[in-house]
Design a protein around this ligand. Structure first.
Ligand code: ADP
Length: 400
């Protein structure tokens, strides 16, 4: 069974075709700069094998339909990984925000499209791009079942005490203002992988999952269900990220409006695009930050300290809400590759019985890697995330 996973953004479409009989990746691709003067398509065939091949196209790509058609021409046909698009059994669409109503994987129909349109105010940067991808895919693959898989789904099990803000209740009643949480597909994937590797049933598994990429978030899972998470109504709350501030005093908006005449758009842009690691030291890639620290850059060191200190505070608070913790799991670009961030984020947790094997921690983790010692009371793992595979699995389960 072949499943096509589509992650359609406002000006880009990422896709991956998987053979779900053995979960191998047949091809992946990225269509970028849709609507700009020159667009680009990068298509990779059998990317995880020795026979990997790359095809690059540069040409105007006026809209999502043109981009998707170019991709389909590379996926299917004479030199494609499938001969005909009828070989694709199902399509899974990644959706960042499903609001309160859409959580389980759901077959796309007009009602789902309408619901996603309604949620646009909650995810103005993401949902319009998803909708463009869905419209085109429904047109080009009219007979293929299409499933939406929501990034907010895994956190639907949060109890009200974790998802409610202490705000006037009518904001929830009338506008559904609450915490939703994001990166759910990734948190759910690595939490389940960790339970499987450690050999515990997921229903009895308690863990803290730490997703550190450009966006960063943390989730507490108790007995197989998410009970708290660091991101909120938008993916801005919580940890310090590449360009996003994470938690700040909510009075900041009013203060900057009064003292600097900043509009709400100005503050929003600053918190999302000019803050986080970049705000503190001018760099948002952790590799550059380490290089700068080596050269004695104090702001770069401060950025690392602020991020890892926040990580540690959240890990500690999730230990408190979980009580017993089986595992702490790191993932994503920084979480998988950066042993210094992991070491600093776990510092001070020795008093809770967390013991790290620093030799193991310093290794690269292309495969799941245990970085705690045998006598650590909590296992600590690095597990590469794979959101596309998780979406393909959900899509396959749903269609079956
Ligand atoms: P996204 O949130 O966009 O999916 P990723 O999970 O790919 O992001 O993470 C991207 C970030 O991971 C980069 O900005 C960089 O800071 C970090 N990163 C990637 N590789 C390394 C590495 N080898 N060492 C440290 N940080 C890394």
């Amino acid at each position: 069974m072949k499943v096509l996973v589509i992650n359609s953004g406002s000006s880009s479409i990422k896709y991956q075709l998987l053979d779900m009989n053995n979960e191998s990746v047949l091809c992946t691709g990225l269509v970028e700069r849709i609507g700009e003067e020159v667009g680009r398509l990068t298509h990779r065939i059998a990317p995880d094998t020795e026979d990997a091949k790359k095809i690059k196209l540069e040409q105007p790509i006026s809209d999502h339909e043109v981009g998707m058609t170019l991709a389909i021409d590379l996926i299917c046909g004479e030199n494609g990984v499938v001969k005909d698009k009828s070989e694709i059994a199902a399509i899974g669409h990644r959706i960042v925000h499903g609001g309160e109503k859409l959580h389980e994987p759901t077959l796309v129909d007009d009602a789902v499209v309408e619901e996603l349109e309604k949620i646009i105010p909650l995810a103005p940067l993401h949902n319009p791009g998803h909708l463009a991808g869905i419209r085109v895919a429904r047109h080009l693959f009219a007979d293929v079942p299409q499933v939406v898989v929501m990034d907010t789904a895994y956190h639907q099990t949060l109890p009200p005490k974790a998802y409610m803000y202490a705000l006037p209740y009518e904001l929830y009643d009338e506008m559904r203002i609450r915490r939703y949480g994001f990166h759910g597909t990734s948190h759910g994937f690595i939490a389940k992988e960790a339970a499987r590797i450690i050999g515990k049933s997921f229903e009895e598994f308690n863990c803290i999952t730490v997703h550190l990429g450009n966006g960063c978030s943390m989730t507490a899972t108790k007995e197989g269900k998410a009970i708290d998470t660091s991101m909120g109504i938008t993916p801005l709350e919580g940890l310090v990220m590449g360009t996003r501030s994470g938690d700040v005093d909510p009075a900041l908006h009013a203060l900057l409006a009064r003292t600097r005449n900043m509009t709400s758009e100005d503050v929003d842009r600053m918190l999302n695009k000019e803050s986080g690691l970049k705000g503190l030291c001018g760099m948002n890639d952790m590799r550059d930050i380490h290089a700068a620290i080596e050269m004695g850059d104090e702001k770069a060191k401060l950025a690392l300290d602020v991020q890892t200190y926040r990580n540690r505070k959240y890990i500690g608070s999730y230990m408190a809400v979980l009580g017993h913790v089986d595992a702490i799991i790191f993932t994503a670009g920084i979480g998988e590759n950066d042993y210094i961030v992991r070491r600093e984020s776990l510092k001070g947790l020795e008093c809770f019985g967390v013991k790290i094997d620093q030799m193991n921690n310093a290794q690269r983790a292309a495969e799941p890697l245990k970085i705690s010692t045998e006598d650590s009371s909590i296992e600590v793992w690095v597990i590469p995330t794979n959101e596309e595979l998780a979406i393909a699995r959900e899509t396959k389960n749903f269609v079956n």
